[in-house]
Design a protein around this ligand. Sequence first.
Ligand SMILES: [Zn+2]
Length: 67
Amino acid sequence: MPVYEFECSDGHITEQLVRMGTKSTRCSKCNKRAKKIISQCSFDLKGGGWYADGYSSKGSKSSKKSD
Ligand SMILES: [Zn+2]
């Protein structure tokens, strides 16, 4: 089974072994519901552009705040 990261509403990150398709689990620290964090590792690997280090997490590059 794959290891996924989950984040609860308090911001705790929990790594858990879960089945494919599991969307949420319990935080191991506060026992609240924690949602799965989709990492960029295996989901956007189409197109064969998986070589550069500059391929950092999508979306987080633009740190503009609409404020
Ligand atoms: Zn928590």
